[in-house]
Every structure is written in structure tokens, then in C-alpha cells.
Design a protein around this ligand. Structure first.
Ligand code: BGC
Ligand code: ZN
Ligand code: ZN
Length: 360
């Protein structure tokens, strides 16, 4: 069977025949994979945590839509169900993992499909256990692949709200309409975070270091999210912000955000730094964090409840923001087009949002 593999010893990205289907009670056929920034980092041998399950190669992929082919014990799933597998698996030792929250694994011995220690979903078939599968309801198969990255963000926003419960954070009308969220980066993560915070009533601005492009213009028009070009820094953003959500990993921008964010704000860090860039953390910034009581939090990985919530949000957005939702998957490549697939995994194209691999 075909699979997309990364050979960590010879530093090769390949599409080839493998006989690794993994373990589990449910046999699945892959319908579609999403390509994410992490896949790109892994395929370019820049990701710090890449680890094969066995031997020298790792089967790539942590975003998948799949069809149930057969089930050993009938119960949760049946043949032909459309499902999504969750991507992080617990260490089996710590309490958080045992209670189904390996996103907060205490030992750090969790594994992630297609990333660290477990083969991923960019293969024709795989076995998995029912407990790691989430059912996709009808009507959203076209965009359901976005539920994996969105699950990370559902978890992130849940954490942000929990942290901000440290103060009276709701507005006079008990909503979040007076709270400003600034999102750094307009890739899939930046856009999905903006949509999510907008749904929750925040005043949302997404930003990039360039002029707004056509798709972003449409998103702004349809959803009421604002766009800010930060070529000249954050200085001319009026009124500051209560959340800065970073998807860029660009340290100078993050430090600027700390400097300009409002009192009692939260700096949410999601994007890994992709280059070895340094920034100037100094006493002035430390004064800023302490005196303004800024909370800074690192965010990673969503779990089953977050996948479920993500699917519901996608269905909602498809009905309230149809034009936006039709624009997020910018390209589909067929698995048979080996060179195209490899290129799509290695490099991000211009104005690309989400690219998928189609298994037919
Ligand atoms: C995945 C997360 C994962 C993270 C770190 C992201 O691309 O979507 O679920 O936890 O990478 O490995
Ligand atoms: Zn990802
Ligand atoms: Zn654990």
C-alpha cells in the first residue's frame, strides 16, 4: 500500500510502498489528508521532535478524514462511517493521559501520529482503536479535514477563557464584545482562530506583514473580522488588545505585542519558531508583564472533546459564512501525482491556505 514517508537517516521525503498498517480494532481507508506547517517542518528536517515509530522512516500525516472498512467489535462505529482520528496518544502513565487529556501529558512521553513516535495517516489504510476516532456527521465532509487544526484551537480558546477567569473579563452586557483579540498570522491557524473568537463574540483583528489579499478581503466582508497590515509594527492599532494570539513564532513581533497589549491581557503562543531568531527581552518588558499582569501561555494540541466541538463549529460556519468556508481549502492534490504531493508538502505556495491530499 502507498504511504508518504520521511526517512530521517537519509533525509528523504518519499511516496512508496509500505506494509505498515498499525494496530487497532477498526480498519480505515484514508480519504483525504490535510497538510500542515508541522508536516512541512518535518519534511524539511527542521522539526525538533520528529521521531519514527520504528526503523528509519516515519509515515507522515496527522490530519485525516477516513472511512470505516471493518470493525472488530460492533459498537461505536459501523462500516462506511466517516471518521477523523485524533492525533495525540497518551503515555499511559500520568493522570491527564489516563483521563483522556494527553494534551496535558505530565511525563512528556505522549506520542503523536505522523510527528513523534507513531506512524501517521498519509497511507492508504490504517488500523486504529475506536476510542481514538470521532464520527463526522453528514453535510460537512468537504471541510471536515479542518477539524484537526481547529481542535488545537478549540482547546487553546478554552484555556484562554479559563485563565482570564482570574478577573472580571466579560463586558457590561455579559458578552466579550468589548474585548479585542489580535491574531498574528493569516495561515489556516490564524484564520480558524479568528473565526472561532469571532463566533464567541470578540472584536477580532487578524494581521499579516503585507497588504490584505483577495481571500482575506472576502473573509473580512463576510464575517466582520478586521485586517491589519503590520509592516510598520503594531503602533497604529487603536485601543490595544486583550488577547494576542500568535501563530507566527516570530519573536520580535511577540515582544512588541507584550509591550503594546492592554492591562490584564493574555499573550497566547501557538506557533513554533521556525528559524533560530533572537529577540531583545529586557527589564523594560519584564516591568511591562508584571505591572500590567499579563498572562503568557503556550498552547498545543486538542483532544476528543475539541474535535467534537470543532465539527459543530465547522457546520455552523458553513451555514453562516458559506463564502469564507468555501475558500479555506485552496488546493487539492491527488496522491497519484507523486511529485506534486511532495512539492505541496515541502513548500507553501503563494496565498495558499489549506492544501489537501486526495486518496480517491
Ligand atoms: C498538531 C498538534 C500537535 C502539534 C505539536 C500540530 O501541527 O496539529 O495537534 O500537538 O503539531 O506536535
Ligand atoms: Zn498540524
Ligand atoms: Zn502522560
Amino acid at each position: 500500500m502507498l504511504a508518504v514517508t520521511v526517512n530521517v537517516k537519509d533525509r528523504l521525503l518519499e511516496i512508496r510502498d509500505v506494509d505498515r498498517k498499525g494496530k487497532g480494532n477498526v480498519l480505515l481507508k484514508t480519504l483525504r489528508n490535510g497538510i500542515c506547517g508541522t508536516d512541512r517542518e518535518i519534511a524539511n528536517f527542521k522539526f525538533k521532535y520528529t521521531q519514527p515509530e520504528e526503523g528509519e522512516y516515519l509515515i507522515l500525516g496527522h490530519e485525516a478524514l477516513a472511512k470505516v472498512i471493518s470493525v472488530k467489535d460492533e459498537g461505536l462505529f459501523k462500516e462506511n462511517d466517516i471518521v477523523m482520528p485524533i492525533n495525540r496518544r497518551g503515555c499511559g502513565k500520568c493522570l491527564n493521559c489516563i483521563l483522556g487529556r494527553p494534551d496535558f501529558c505530565d511525563t512528556g512521553l505522549f506520542r503523536e501520529t505522523g510527528i513523534r513516535g507513531l506512524d501517521g495517516f498519509m497511507r492508504e489504510f490504517f488500523y486504529d482503536d475506536a476510542e481514538y476516532l470521532v464520527k463526522v456527521f453528514p453535510g460537512i465532509e468537504d471541510i471536515a479535514i479542518l477539524a484537526q487544526p481547529l481542535s488545537d484551537l478549540e482547546k487553546s480558546v478554552e484555556v484562554i477563557l479559563k485563565i482570564q477567569e482570574r478577573l472580571n473579563w466579560r463586558c457590561w452586557d455579559s458578552t466579550y464584545s468589548c474585548r479585542k483579540a489580535l491574531i498574528g498570522g493569516t495561515g489556516p491557524i490564524g484564520i480558524l482562530t479568528s473565526l472561532l473568537l469571532k463566533t464567541m463574540g470578540f472584536d477580532v483583528t487578524m494581521m499579516n506583514k503585507r497588504e490584505i489579499n483577495e481571500v482575506e478581503e472576502e473573509i473580512v466582508k463576510e464575517t466582520g473580522i478586521n485586517y491589519y497590515d503590520n509592516t510598520k509594527g503594531l503602533g497604529s492599532l487603536e485601543g490595544g488588545f486583550d488577547i494576542y494570539f500568535d501563530t507566527t513564532g516570530y519573536i520580535p513581533l511577540i515582544l512588541d505585542a507584550i509591550r503594546l497589549s492592554k492591562r490584564n491581557s493574555i499573550i497566547a503562543l501557538f506557533g513554533f519558531p521556525s528559524t533560530d531568531i533572537k529577540g531583545d527581552f529586557n527589564s523594560d518588558l519584564l516591568f511591562n508583564i508584571i505591572d500590567k499582569q499579563i498572562a503568557i501561555v503556550g498552547l498545543e494540541n486538542g483532544q476528543k472533546p475539541h474535535f467534537e466541538r470543532a465539527l459543530v463549529h465547522l457546520a455552523t460556519w458553513k451555514s453562516i459564512w458559506p463564502k469564507t468556508m468555501a475558500k479555506l481549502i485552496t488546493r487539492k492534490v491527488k496522491i497519484e501525482d507523486f511529485e506534486e504531493v511532495k512539492k505541496a508538502i515541502k513548500e507553501k505556495g503563494k496565498d495558499e491556505i489549506k492544501v489537501t491530499i486526495e486518496w480517491g
